[in-house]
Design a protein around this ligand. Sequence first.
Ligand SMILES: Nc1ncnc2c1ncn2[C@@H]1O[C@H](COP(=O)(O)OP(=O)(O)OP(=O)(O)O)[C@@H](O)[C@H]1O
Ligand SMILES: [Mg+2]
Length: 246
Amino acid sequence: MNNVIVVASGKGGTGKSTVAAALSAALVKLKKRVLLIDCDCGMRGLDLMLDVESEILFDCADAICGNCKSIEAVYRSKNLGELFLMAAPFHTDNEISPSVFTQLVEELKSDYDYIVIDSPAGLGSGFSTAAAPAELALIVTNAEPVSLRGAVKLRSRLTELGKTNIRLVINRFDRKQFKELGRYRDLDEVIDISGTQLIALVPFDTRLSAIMQNGLVGLNWCPAENVFDCLAQRVEGKDIPLAFRG
Ligand SMILES: Nc1ncnc2c1ncn2[C@@H]1O[C@H](COP(=O)(O)OP(=O)(O)OP(=O)(O)O)[C@@H](O)[C@H]1O
Ligand SMILES: [Mg+2]
């Protein structure tokens, strides 16, 4: 099953939140009901991306601590109908343990076709919590050495956690920059180093970045859009070619 997906990276800033939000929006286009859970405790951002920041009264920690019913911590996105958000706590007062987070996801699972979890960067406890309930892990990397080292470390940590369904997303890819970097022969070498099967290659796209800061409005005009449509179909198990090959 691929219905609970964690989006993670070893290095920060590779584009996890962008991929999590855009993949969720693409799944909604496939008529799926999707819950995005922001697990980046103390550094949440998806409420801004989905333009619901002023509505958030409760977050996932409130749902876990019993300050509210779990449904009360779920907010419908403004522009994307069946896309829902559970925010991360604004502050990091209490750590959420993997087992209680898994319990929360188990409780919510039957109400959604997909639950997409946005992990904090790194291999720390926040990541372990985010990954605990996942049936599919997407490792987001950029095609550069530091990011790729993070992807390799993350894969091995995911394996230690017993995860076997792991795929690679190479994000912010720019052919010219990649050539100038001159570090790798081609993208196959990047994929080989990561040790993880590629599921999507996302181009560097300034429009995507702007759309993500504006409530995801206009995602359907964005050059990277078909990449996420393709990613959503691949997550659904469809055997279709990559939308962008660099
Ligand atoms: N494909 C892309 N093309 C251009 N810009 C992108 C792309 N993907 C992400 N970005 C930009 O890169 C920056 C970091 O993205 P994002 O916040 O999604 O990363 P992150 O991995 O979630 O970061 P963090 O580790 O801090 O949680 C943002 O400004 C975002 O708009
Ligand atoms: Mg993020």
